[in-house]
Design a protein around this ligand. Sequence first.
Ligand SMILES: Cc1cc2nc3c(=O)[nH]c(=O)nc-3n(C[C@H](O)[C@H](O)[C@H](O)COP(=O)(O)OP(=O)(O)OC[C@H]3O[C@@H](n4cnc5c(N)ncnc54)[C@H](O)[C@@H]3O)c2cc1C
Length: 376
Amino acid sequence: MNSGIKKVLVIGGGFAGMTAALQLSRGGFAVDLVEIDPQWRSYGAGISLHGSTLRVLKQLGLIERFLDVGYATDGVEMRGPDDSVVVTLPTPRVAGPELPGGGAIMRPALAKMLSEAVRASTTNIRLGLTFTDLSQDADGVSATFSDGSRGRYDLVIGADGLNSAVRAKVFPNAPKPRFIGQSVWRAVLPKPEGIETVTMWMGPKLKVGMNRVTKDTVYLFLTEDRATNDHVAPESFVATLRALLERFPSPIIRKIASELSAEHQIVYRPLEQMLLPRPWYANRVVLIGDAVHATTPHLAAGACIGIEDAMVLAEELSAGADLTSALSAFEERRYERCRMVVENSGRLADIEIEGGNREEHASIMQVSMKTLAGAI
Ligand SMILES: Cc1cc2nc3c(=O)[nH]c(=O)nc-3n(C[C@H](O)[C@H](O)[C@H](O)COP(=O)(O)OP(=O)(O)OC[C@H]3O[C@@H](n4cnc5c(N)ncnc54)[C@H](O)[C@@H]3O)c2cc1C
């Protein structure tokens, strides 16, 4: 095998880990994927995808499936707190002239698409399992697992998300995820009349947006600043989100507020971020996805860059260089793009929390979206 790597362990079966397992097994590597959740679940909220993610789905042969179960549109419409359109940001058709510049899908639908593709590959999937130890020497990594079994690998990929145990093991001094003083509410609703593409309403200190996850449904997101990361009781979700929506004069948002109910799959999530300074690998263990660059969702690009990490890593491992050169090339190609997403998302959050300059907000969005549309 190229780069001397034959056997790979992927720890974590989220969007990044699934993509890595899929692409590496298709490339002829022997892949074990361990996922801690015995049911391999994903929670019921929508997720927005840039054209750059559609480009990867196309490369994976999954774009038709995405178009069946998700939805793709062009452009992002930014409105004031009423329904006045402030600016429409273009989303370049980076996945090809036939495909819109962005899209959205329910998370379980995206996870199902990817997990079915992984199941159909040669990947050895082990659910309800994690590692208990990883020990490296010059020739490989010995892993022990929570069921007492052991394995020997040429490379271990940590794709175990924001609170990565692989990161804690390999980079004990890594920065901890930081609460940024803002939280997100999400819900799934029938598509309001007149909403065709991603639409955001910028209110004083609150932002609400929606994106179509199917022809007839949207997922709604609302960012709210909160000084502390306290527990919010699920029984209060409907009343709290309704009160926040009622702060917008937009008739569309007011109507949603009046009709909001527990049926709308409301999810509340405090926002955290973490960017691991380079290096992103230690000998034979490398990190991808949120494990190494967890961003807030202000550019809706966290899953996008994690999925891209997987593709670039598979490409570099197949390219024929030695392992260290492959991992170094992976990091070189990924660091700046991922840093941009984490830091620009953080700046957007700060502007929203401060009730700051809307032109700066729109300009950061535009520049970041243009960068994301670039080649990886
Ligand atoms: C509110 C919110 C909205 C967002 N919206 C968007 C959006 O619209 N578009 C977008 O692109 N991104 C969005 N993101 C970011 C996106 O959700 C993440 O970047 C993405 O899910 C990260 O994928 P991952 O595979 O790296 O990690 P995860 O999705 O966290 O997956 C990690 C996997 O590892 C498993 N695991 C954890 N620990 C272990 C262990 N010790 N052993 C084995 N398995 C383990 C977990 O069960 C999980 O399956 C949003 C994030 C938030 C918080």
